[in-house]
Write a protein that binds this ligand. Structure first.
Ligand code: GLY
Ligand code: MN
Ligand code: MN
Length: 436
């Protein structure tokens, strides 16, 4: 992502904050795994969105109209020993030269410098309640200024949630963001295709997970967007199954929910296919039903339509189909009203997708489901999960879990499916698996 894009975002944010106010946002911190070992570092999405700066121990400050520069970055000073052990870090010079901060200060001097920046500002925008250290420090700095009120300085009087402004910005993806999301989608799609090609009975779920990771790494993408779900047979009915430890059995389906990140942007794909490459008649019927529900939902992804319409379409198709196949009985409208489908379809149709897999952005505005607009990206992922011990249905349906998930961008005239490369019709899947 070019620096220009981050700069554009900072300008847009500062226009909304307004003169006389200030915004603060902290980086993520590194997390100890054990003793000298850290978890892989993942920058805070909001912080990265505005700075492109990928280090811990940093704080970005935005002061619209500040004469000496509006964007200030507090970060670690360059330390040659640290560079030797842990690798490159920007230092203060890098912060101004490469990351285009107007001013940079050592993070260790935060307590000395920041109170001065807060003086005489009316509002402080920051992510309230997200980082208890920052919450606490901010109140300390404000109290520090209050004590000096007799010398004529005023402490800020209002703390405002920064998320409200920032998350609305993040909800609408720019061309540069969509470019990265398309790469994440393409590589994730290739990984799902590889999984279909490598799959056979007798392998373990973790071996298929390995194939998926191999494909991500092969393309230079080393961060999964979330832990991969590789769930054979009834494991697919556990929505967040990530143990990936069981042997794949002939005659079972395999549900894979896996996606990679490209420069902090996620893909999120699910496919379900037969371990041995051929659907049984019962699997075929349920699979086709989920696929039909997804098609119905996708039709509702158009600018101007409310977000929940896709969900309602999927509920309608699934409930009607479950009655037809004998898994539910009764009047379709009444079953929907009484949410009887929820025993087999217990999640919603999808979520916003972006830097976070469950991305930020309000789903309702003024208590109404918000309308879709060009630039929004979301998943469309209906599913059916029939528990192995479900006594109310015929035995042939039990232990089947199916989800089909694609990533979709709302366009001016409709939508574009970013993850269309992975086969999803019964014929396409069987053909691909039998050709290998
Ligand atoms: N992979 C998480 C989800 O589908 O929401
Ligand atoms: Mn999803
Ligand atoms: Mn998913």
């Amino acid at each position: 992502m070019k620096q220009q894009e981050f700069k554009r975002r900072r300008k847009a944010l500062m226009r909304q904050i307004g003169h006389g106010n200030i915004a603060l946002i902290a980086s993520a911190s590194s997390q100890i795994r054990n003793r000298d070992v850290e978890y892989p570092f993942r920058q805070d999405s909001d912080f990265y969105y505005l700075t492109g700066f990928n280090e811990a121990d940093a704080l970005a400050v935005f002061i619209p109209g500040r004469e000496q520069g509006e964007y200030i970055l507090f970060c670690r000073e360059f330390d040659p020993t640290k560079a030797l052990w842990e690798g490159a870090h920007a230092g203060l010079e890098g912060a101004t030269e490469h990351f285009e901060a107007d001013d940079a200060f050592p993070i260790d001097d935060l307590d000395d410098i920041l109170p001065g920046m807060l003086e005489n500002k009316a509002k402080v925008f920051y992510p309230m309640g997200r980082d208890s250290v920052l919450d606490h420090k901010l109140l300390e700095w404000i109290n520090h200024i209050r004590k000096q009120s007799r010398s004529g300085v005023n402490a800020p009087g209002e703390l405002v949630s920064l998320e409200h402004i920032l998350h609305e910005m993040r909800l609408f993806k720019s061309a540069a963001e969509l470019k990265l999301m398309r790469i994440a989608a393409k590589v994730s799609a290739a990984a799902h295709i590889r999984a279909m090609q490598m799959c056979k009975a007798g392998l373990y779920e973790y071996q298929i997970e390995g194939e998926i990771v191999h494909e991500f790494y092969r393309h230079g993408l080393r961060h999964v967007a979330y832990p991969s779900i590789v769930a054979g047979g009834a494991n697919a009915c556990v929505l967040h199954y990530t143990e990936n430890k069981d042997k794949l059995k002939k005659g079972d389906l395999l549900l894979i929910d896996a996606g990679v990140e490209c420069d902090h942007y996620a893909a999120d794909i699910t496919r379900t296919f037969p371990v041995s490459g051929k659907f049984s008649p019962a699997q075929k019927q349920l699979y086709q039903l989920v696929l039909d529900a997804q098609a119905a939902a996708l039709e509702q992804i158009q600018p101007g339509l409310p977000w929940n319409q896709a969900h309602d379409a999927s509920v309608e198709v699934l409930t009607r189909g479950l009655v037809k196949l004998g898994l539910l009985s009764g009047n379709v409208k009444t079953l929907i009203k009484n949410e009887k489908y929820k025993q087999f379809y217990m999640h919603r149709i999808g979520h916003w997708l972006g830097m976070d897999v469950h991305d930020v952005g309000d789903y309702k505005v003024d208590n109404h489901w918000r309308e879709l607009e060009p630039g929004m990206v979301l998943t469309v992922e209906p599913g059916l999960y029939i528990p192995a011990d479900c006594q109310s249905v015929e035995e042939k349906w039990r232990g089947i879990g199916i989800r089909i998930e694609d990533d979709v961008v709302v366009t001016k005239n409709g939508h574009d499916v970013l993850t269309a490369d992975v086969p999803k019709t019964i014929e396409e899947i069987e053909q691909l698996m039998q050709a290998t």
